[in-house]
Design a protein around this ligand. Sequence first.
Ligand code: SF4
Length: 118
Amino acid sequence: MNDKFKIICVACPKGCELDIERDGEKILVSNQGCKRGVEYAISEIKDPRRMVATTVRIVGGRHPLLPVYTAEPFPKGRIQELLHELRKITVKAPIKAGKVVFENSLGTGIAILASRDM
Ligand code: SF4
């Protein structure tokens, strides 16, 4: 089945409106301002990912919650599952920005890092 639709490339602030034509496994991208648009569209269709920023509980810190983020974009379809796992975690202060607070999240190999010192 041939499917045509548009997506906005967010790989840079220009925000090109990409025309996508999908025919089975074949994906044709047009109207891109540069080749990153093609890479973005294919990744968005085949394996959409997002950076995730959230908080985990911390004891002995100045605040009860520590801001954290994914070291790499995380599979979009598993973000709720990740947030559920992170709700179970409690870390101990002191902690430095960039420290790994959770390794190999859901078996993806993606670490969760502290966003700030606490
Ligand atoms: S296609 Fe290229 S120029 Fe257009 S928004 Fe994406 S990265 Fe920017």
